[in-house]
Design a protein around this ligand. Structure first.
Ligand code: NAI
Length: 313
């Protein structure tokens, strides 16, 4: 108990906390002294319908164990109302876990605008609205911890999930930018790409695999990132699930440097294609390449060789 990460006196808002990962976060933070806003719209995993039951059950569970929790039944698109629930009941918000999500899986060929729009509304607009409403409080108190939820589908692509993939990768850019804007206010923002057994994954993975992918195995990383003792880990992407925790980052190939004049033709690039994709000595980029420096170097090069021979090896 003595060395437990505690969240006493803090308020943690968990969106989509009526089941799956969100429920695991909410009950954990509730057991570690935090006031919890259990947000859940209570619809199906495809985003149909709504019910107060999902959130109520989790609130009751937290309270039955001596914790403090209130329910909120708004869709994450109404982020203002969710954050207002935290302020009205507990007077503050310290941690926001943007977790709510749905699926509308369908091959790209058969995707409708409705499939696309609903996913964007819940994952992209919902995450934005909740963070936007929490932001002034975080800035004012010079403290905030934001956890965003991406997905392997967003990072690597996934058949039949182009809407979801697009929405999930958006969380990376969104959160990296908030990490930059929040740094001087002690607002730390990280993204997780979890894997866990839930109603979302129960149809696509076999039971024996799911048995080893408890949402509980994702929670500890989120606790570490959300705790006040984390004073520097921000703007990161973490893959987490089933006991595996690893940070991910971008990698830049060696690249080709070509003289930037009218000899920079498709053929000139193709003549250096091996360099363009040479990852043998990668640079772990955290921003765009130093273009001014590269341009100066490029201008010192001789004109690029002519020719447009296409030879992708
Ligand atoms: P889940 O379906 O068990 O839980 C999602 C919860 O969000 C549900 O309780 C649902 O009612 C709620 N919700 C949906 N739309 C909402 C809205 N508009 N407003 C408020 N609440 C809403 O799914 P799971 O697996 O726990 O997913 C949690 C998050 O993790 C999601 O963002 C999901 O995309 C992401 N994720 C999950 C993975 C997994 O392996 N389970 C893999 C990668 C990402």
């Amino acid at each position: 108990m003595g060395d437990q990460l505690r969240f006493d006196g803090q308020t943690v808002v968990v969106t989509g906390a009526g089941g799956g990962l969100g429920k695991a976060y909410a009950t954990f933070f509730g057991s570690r002294g935090a006031n919890i806003v259990v947000n859940d719209l209570g619809g199906s995993f495809k985003g149909e319908g709504k019910s107060t039951k999902a959130a109520d059950v989790v609130v009751d569970e937290i309270k039955s164990k001596g914790g403090k929790a209130v329910a909120n039944y708004d869709s994450v698109e109404n982020g203002d109302a969710i954050i207002e629930t935290a302020i009205k009941n507990f007077g503050r918000i310290d941690v926001l876990i943007n977790n709510a999500g749905i699926l509308r899986d369908v091959s790209f060929k058969n995707m409708t605008d409705a499939d696309w729009d609903l996913i964007m509304k819940v994952h992209v607009k919902g995450a934005y609205k909740c963070a936007r409403a929490a932001w002034p409080h975080f800035r004012k108190q010079k403290y905030g911890r934001l956890i965003s939820t991406a997905s392997a589908a967003g990072l690597f692509g996934s058949f039949g999930q182009c809407n979801y993939s697009a929405a999930k990768l958006s969380q990376v850019g969104f959160t990296e930018t908030l990490a930059k804007e929040g740094a001087k206010y002690n607002i730390l923002c990280n993204t997780i790409a979890p894997i866990a057994a839930s109603r979302m994954t129960s149809t696509v993975m076999p039971p024996d695999v799911l048995e080893n992918l408890k949402p509980d195995w994702v929670v500890p990383l989120v606790a570490v990132l959300a705790h006040s003792s984390n004073t520097s880990e921000t703007g990161g992407i973490f893959e987490v699930g089933g006991g595996h925790v690893a940070k991910l980052r971008w990698e830049r190939a060696k690249g080709a440097l070509l003289r930037a004049d009218d000899s920079l033709t498709p053929g000139a690039i193709l003549s250096k294609w091996e360099n363009v994709r040479d990852f043998s000595q990668p640079e772990h980029a955290s921003g765009v390449a130093d273009f001014l420096d590269l341009l100066e170097q490029a201008q010192k090069l001789p004109r690029n060789p002519p020719g447009e021979k296409i030879d992708f090896k």
